[in-house]
Design a protein around this ligand. Structure first.
Ligand code: DAH
Length: 363
């Protein structure tokens, strides 16, 4: 039986020398395949007498099993090698810094929306939405601006053609219609902000046909102007990141609030720049007031039970003020040089978040 042992060592050595899966398969066919050397030996068993069979049979079977095991072991080793080589060639070096981070930036409007949302959600407001193509009812009538009201002319509205019922949709001229949609959609109390796009037919250095506003609405029992004042002051302090920011409420008129006010922020005009929190000048930043009883009645709320306040401010305008951007039209010119200059790095932590966490951490 020396022969069988020599055969096994020879085949095992060949297997170890086989450096790819094809070579292993060729050896398997050559030894254990139909016409393989080992298979031929098995065939010869048939011709042997009982004595020989008894001796030779188990040894041959053992050889066959050993070879099958050696072949699978070699195959496994080679497969593992192939896999490792593949993993290595496809690996990502996570310690490499990202190369394309400088290529895009956050637009100041997106940044301002994020910051405003962060400030108000921290105060307990949630974010509400409404359509940009709005019905006349929500944009005007329900907000106490009936047909023929002079305020309609002041809005420079983009109207859609009349439908078969004589109704004209509009591109919403302000975010105030979201107040109505909110109040008609659930039960008070409401505490929402609604940031979004608004449209008016107007264009110069401080007006563009599309611009952005954020609306705020609070309705509950026993809400008064003191709450409104606190909310706006708190917002201005946080947004402009100035603790002693000066705020002034000037009596004004809006059909949907009574009383109404415009809010000015203390500033200085120096060398063509606006400096917030300094000097004796004032700059208007928003309109506000206590929600008009007529508006509450239009959404089936009893003004004796529920009161509230609302305000609306131009997001583009406060972005211009915060970052000293002189011309509103540049926001929408898609000029890469402008975007590089005024844009924000996508991976920068917004300054407000950092500030909020330091304040919290220091308590
Ligand atoms: N909707 C007004 C505008 O676009 C802004 C405004 C003023 C909103 C007073 C309000 C408010 O909610 O109370 O000019």
């Amino acid at each position: 039986m020396k022969d069988l042992q020599t055969l096994e060592s020879e085949i095992t050595a060949n297997l170890l020398a086989a450096d790819n899966l094809d070579k292993v398969e060729n050896i398997r066919i050559a030894e254990l395949g139909k016409k393989g050397r080992v298979s031929m030996l098995m065939r010869e068993l048939g011709k042997m007498n009982a004595e020989e069979k008894k001796e030779f049979g188990p040894k041959l079977n053992q050889l066959k099993n050993n070879l099958n095991d050696a072949i699978s072991a070699r195959k496994n080793t080679l497969e593992e090698k192939v896999l490792n080589r593949k993993l290595q060639s496809e690996s990502v070096d996570i310690s490499l810094s990202a190369v394309s981070v400088d290529n895009g930036s956050i637009h100041p409007i997106s940044q301002v929306m994020d910051e405003v949302t962060e400030i108000f959600t921290e105060m307990g407001f949630s974010v509400a939405e409404g359509p940009e193509i709005e019905e006349d009812f929500y944009n005007f009538t329900a907000l106490n601006i009936p047909e023929e009201h002079p305020a309609r002319q002041m809005h420079d509205t983009f109207y859609f053609p009349e439908d078969e019922n004589g109704n004209r949709k509009v591109l919403r001229t302000h975010t105030s219609p979201v107040q109505i949609r909110t109040m008609l959609s659930g039960e008070p109390p409401y505490r929402i902000i609604a940031p979004g796009r608004t449209y008016r037919n107007d264009s110069d250095a401080t007006h563009t046909p599309m611009f952005h506003q954020v609306e705020a609405l609070v309705i509950d029992k026993n809400i008064h102007m003191g709450h409104l004042k606190w909310c706006i002051e708190e917002f201005a302090r946080k947004f402009f990141e100035i603790d002693n920011v000066k705020i002034r409420f000037r009596p004004s008129y809006f059909p949907f609030t009574e009383p109404s006010a415009e809010v000015d922020i203390g500033c200085a005009f120096k060398d063509g720049e606006v400096l917030i929190g300094e000097g004796d000048d004032w700059l208007e930043i928003m309109g506000c007031g206590m929600v008009n009883e007529r508006v509450l009645e239009n959404v089936n709320l009893d003004p004796k039970e529920y009161q509230g306040f609302a305000f609306g401010l131009g997001l583009d305008r406060i972005a211009m003020l915060k970052w000293g951007i002189p011309d509103l039209r540049d926001f929408f010119a898609a000029d890469l040089r402008w975007l590089k200059h005024y844009g924000f790095q996508a991976l920068d932590i917004p300054s407000l978040s950092t500030r909020a966490s330091t304040v919290k951490g220091s308590k």
